[in-house]
Design a protein around this ligand. Structure first.
Ligand code: F6R
Length: 241
C-alpha cells in the first residue's frame, strides 16, 4: 500500500485528480469507479477544471458508482444520481449512457443487485476505483460486519452513517434507511484503488485502517488484501500517523 501525505483537502484533491487524469489520458476508454459524499467533490472539481482548461476527454470513458440510496428516484436532489450529475457529469463530455449507478428505485431490488454485478463484469471490471471511508470504517455502504465476500447487495444503513449523512437532508428522518452498494468483494476486484481521507473526523478511522487488524468489523481493512491501493490523506486525517 502506498501512502501520499498532503497538507490539506485541496492538495489531496489535486493529487488524486492528477492520477485520474493521467489514467484517462493513457487509457481513454477505462472504467472508473466513482464515489459520492464530501470527500471526492474536490477531485471532481479538479477534473472539471482540467477538462475546461486542458481538454481531457471523457467521451469514451465508462463509470460505475459504488452505491445509491433505496427509495430515492434519480431526480431526487439527495440521490447519488443527482449528486453525480451536479458535481461531475454535467460539466464534462462524458456520455451519460456510459455512466452507471445502482437504481435505488427499482421495483425488484434483488434483481437490480444481480444486474449491477453483471454489468460490472460486462464492462470488464473497474480499472480504477475511487473510495472515501466512513468514520466507522465503511467503504461504499458496506457497514461493519459485512462479509468480505459480499457482492452488490442491499444494506441497512448504520445509525451513525445516517446521522453523518443527515447534513445533506432537512432532517434525520428523511435520510433513507437502506441503500444498494457494491459489495466488498466487488470493490476488491477493481484493478487499482484510490482511497481518499480528509479531516480530523476521519483520523481515528485512518489510524485503525493503517495500524489495525484485518477484520469484518472494520470493512476498509479488507483493502489490505488488495495489491494496488494508494491512500491519499491530508494532515488532519493523519493526526495519529
Ligand atoms: C459514497 C460512499 C461512502 C463515502 C463515505 C465517506 O459513495 O460510498 O462510503 O465515501 O461515507 O463520506 P464523506 O466523503 O461524505 O465523508
Amino acid at each position: 500500500m502506498k501512502l501520499i501525505r498532503t497538507e490539506n483537502y485541496a492538495e489531496m484533491s489535486v493529487e488524486a485528480g492528477k492520477i485520474i487524469v493521467d489514467k484517462i489520458r493513457s487509457n481513454p476508454s477505462l472504467t472508473l469507479g466513482l464515489a459520492t459524499g464530501s470527500t471526492p467533490k474536490g477531485v471532481y472539481n479538479y477534473l472539471i477544471q482540467d477538462h475546461k482548461a486542458d481538454g481531457t476527454s471523457y467521451q469514451q470513458m465508462k463509470s460505475v458508482n459504488l452505491d445509491e440510496y433505496i427509495g430515492l428516484k434519480a431526480q431526487d436532489t439527495n440521490s447519488y444520481h443527482y449528486f453525480m450529475r451536479q458535481n461531475l457529469f454535467n460539466h464534462i463530455d462524458i456520455n451519460e449512457n456510459q455512466t452507471h449507478i445502482p437504481n435505488g428505485a427499482a421495483d425488484d431490488l434483488e434483481q437490480e443487485c444481480v444486474r449491477y454485478e453483471q454489468l460490472i463484469k460486462e464492462l470488464g471490471g473497474v480499472d480504477l476505483q475511487l473510495l472515501g471511508i466512513g468514520q466507522n470504517g465503511h467503504i461504499g455502504f458496506n457497514e461493519p460486519g459485512t462479509p468480505f465476500s459480499s457482492r452488490t447487495h442491499i444494506v441497512t444503513l448504520a445509525e451513525n452513517t445516517r446521522i453523518a449523512n443527515s447534513r445533506f437532508f432537512n432532517s434525520l428522518e428523511e435520510v433513507p434507511t437502506h441503500a444498494i452498494t457494491m459489495g466488498i468483494a466487488s470493490i476488491l476486484e477493481s484493478k487499482e484503488i484510490l482511497l481518499l481521507v480528509s479531516g480530523e473526523k476521519k483520523s481515528e478511522a485512518l489510524l485503525k485502517f493503517m495500524n489495525g487488524d484485518i477484520s469484518e468489523e472494520f470493512p476498509a481493512s479488507a483493502l489490505k488484501h488488495h495489491q494496488n491501493v494508494t491512500v491519499i490523506a491530508d494532515r488532519d486525517a493523519l493526526k495519529y500517523i
